[in-house]
Design a protein around this ligand. Structure first.
Ligand code: GDP
Length: 320
């Protein structure tokens, strides 16, 4: 595997950049990446030309249109369109160009809103989805089913990994588009800098979320590239820490890491989303992989990245 060429699609994002860092740390010599102007993954002809030129042996599909609860609720058309297009193009190209292994990345929001907790892989398609991110989830479910169908019909080795909520360097800090952890890092930092006495947290504070550092997911991707095969797992396999906290506890952990000690107030005009989301990670654990980075240990690298990229310009909101 270490000699194979690996195309990391989405290498500038939270996940893709962590996968590239991990492969570089392991001394991998042939990592292929492409920037948006060279390769628009939603364009079939771009993807075809890219695979024809580079002929990657393995592919990690970490490119996706992602966003927090508000972005998903406000722009569902973009989330379903772009993600279906990217997957469709890349999965099919992997088959036609004989890619030896594809790691496709989904998300824990593919599972029903009221799935059993912790959520086993078998919960897929057993109930209605959380409405706030249904469009994104449907696209990701289509990706899982597409990989499974190609494996069945064409004998490919396409693996679908379902990570829990992620954070880390390279995250999106757009106040309206980001997920909870980067949003709270930004607000706690700005509250500290401007001497505010209160930190606003959306919703009721009672939903529970599992958060995993992107470096842990990158380590799982490399584990999958080296050690997993589609025939050894079901249609998808969960990647998480198996540990969840309430939004209030997450906010308190962020405040501690950022050095802010104001009072938490809840903005209940904002949605709570699904009440609990923690993955059953026993399948991947049984195969030999576990997450290593606990939340308090993982936040500092995310905060440092925020300070380096965003703190000097608090009004900048765009991040790709
Ligand atoms: P989800 O896991 O798909 O629901 O996505 P998010 O990470 O965006 O939200 C997780 C939970 O954090 C929800 O219950 C939100 O209401 C809550 N939350 C609290 N404060 C914030 C915030 O500032 N931004 C976001 N995105 N969520 C927040």
């Amino acid at each position: 595997m270490m000699d194979d060429s690996i195309f990391v699609a989405g290498h500038r994002g939270l996940v893709g950049s962590a996968v590239v860092r991990q492969l570089q740390r392991l001394g991998h010599g042939h990592i292929i990446t492409a920037l948006r102007p060279q390769l628009d993954l939603t364009e079939p002809s771009d993807v075809e030309a890219f695979f024809e030129t580079h002929k990657p042996a393995q592919v990690v599909l970490a490119a996706a249109k992602v966003g927090g609860i508000l972005a998903n609720a406000e722009r569902p058309a973009e989330f379903i369109r772009d993600n279906l297009a990217i997957q469709n193009n890349v999965i099919d190209a992997c088959h036609r160009h004989g890619v030896r292994k594809l790691v496709f990345l989904g998300s824990s929001c593919i599972y029903p809103k009221f799935a059993p907790q912790p959520i086993p892989e078998s919960a897929l398609l057993t109930g209605a989805l959380e409405p706030t991110n249904e469009a994104y989830a449907i696209a990701k479910i289509a990706g899982i089913k597409m990989c499974a169908a190609y494996n069945r019909q064409h004998g490919t080795n396409f693996l679908s990994l379902m990570p829990t909520n992620l954070y880390g360097p390279g995250d999106n800090y757009d106040p309206r588009g980001s997920h909870v952890l980067p949003a709270l890092i930004r607000r706690a930092h700005e509250a500290r800098m401007t001497g505010q006495s209160e930190l606003v947290v959306w919703g009721s504070g009672t939903p529970r979320r599992e958060l995993m550092h992107a470096d842990d997911l990158a380590s799982a991707c490399v584990f999958a590239l080296q050690r997993l095969n589609a025939r050894d797992i079901g249609e998808c396999i969960n990647v998480g820490t198996g540990i969840d906290l309430t939004i209030r506890e997450i906010a308190e952990t962020v405040m501690h890491a950022v050095g802010y000690s104001g009072r938490i107030v809840f903005d209940t005009s904002k949605p709570d989303g699904t009440p609990r989301k923690v993955l059953d990670v026993s399948a991947l654990r049984a195969l030999g992989w576990t997450a290593r980075i606990a939340l308090p240990a993982g936040i500092p690298s995310a905060y440092e990245d925020f300070l380096a990229r965003h703190a000097a310009a608090p009004t900048a909101t765009h991040n790709t």
